[in-house]
Design a protein around this ligand. Structure first.
Ligand code: PLP
Length: 255
């Protein structure tokens, strides 16, 4: 059986982000996706209307049901919804130190809607940071996690908080023509990439990138190679993204 990535992520009914993005991206990476669902959200491609989080007992029961059943090589987390779920995932990861772990520190939806109480989530994420093989914040999340405005200082602060590797995604920075991402390992930038900025807003681009990285890591890629594969793949699926009827955020075409 293909190496499996166990995703802790929420349901987005639009199919653009969340667990559907994870399943599609991981499938495209060549790995198999398993899901422990953290929350059911109510949203479309334009806005989030609300969500109901899974209890930590139910979340861990889902995850534990597939441990030993599937060849899990990596864990990926996206929307976790509550501090209880963050603590439960931290316990789960400490029980399975051999799993690679991609932490996408989701705080709000790309459309701007709340996916949890940002202040308490930020405090709880501190426990997950040292457990991650790589953390994939956009610059809004990076600033929120560290309280630092300057990107370089914020990245270094994340390493002081125990991070092993950080992929800083520049999609929210004011670079009208391009997006620059930079991969840091142990405080040092080891590679950066620039791609042309595509017009419009995309629903689930962060989920897709982090999941593809997790899939490639599960298959044995080195981190730098996994990130390069994922960035190339993401650019293609965003270029082919489809526009919803009411003109909401574009939905990446991952097949
Ligand atoms: N997870 C869920 C369930 C979501 O609904 C969203 C955004 O709507 C995200 C994660 C983060 O999505 P993005 O990849 O657009 O940052």
């Amino acid at each position: 059986m293909r190496p499996t990535v166990l995703c802790f992520s929420g349901l987005d009914p639009s199919g653009g982000a969340g667990l559907q993005a994870d399943i599609e991206a991981i499938g495209q990476s060549g790995a198999h996706a398993a899901i422990a669902c953290t929350a059911l959200t109510i949203q479309n491609s334009q806005q989030v209307f609300g969500f109901e989080a899974t209890s930590k007992q139910l979340l861990l029961a889902q995850a534990n049901a597939v441990v030993g059943d599937l060849p899990i090589k990596a864990v990926k987390s996206g929307m976790l919804g509550t501090t209880d779920n963050i603590a439960a995932l931290a316990d789960f990861l400490r029980e399975h130190p051999d799993y690679l772990y991609v932490l996408d520190p989701v705080l709000v939806a790309n459309s701007g809607g709340s996916l949890g109480n940002q202040e308490t989530l930020v405090k709880a994420f501190v426990e997950l940071i040292p457990l991650a093989t790589v953390i994939t914040p956009n610059t809004v999340e990076l600033r929120a996690l560290t309280g630092e405005d300057n990107i370089e200082q914020a990245t270094q602060k994340l390493f002081e908080m125990g991070a092993q590797a950080v992929l800083v995604k520049g999609g929210h920075e004011d670079t009208p023509d391009y997006i620059r991402n930079a991969l840091y390992v142990n405080g040092e930038m080891i590679t950066e990439s620039k791609c042309p900025r595509l017009a419009g807003e995309y629903h689930g681009s962060g989920c897709s990138l982090a999941s593809f990285i997790a899939g490639r890591l599960a298959l044995g890629d080195q981190l730098k190679i996994a990130v390069q594969h994922a960035e190339t793949w993401l650019f293609g699926v965003l270029k082919n993204a489809e526009t919803p009827i009411e003109g909401g955020q574009k939905i990446p075409k991952r097949f």
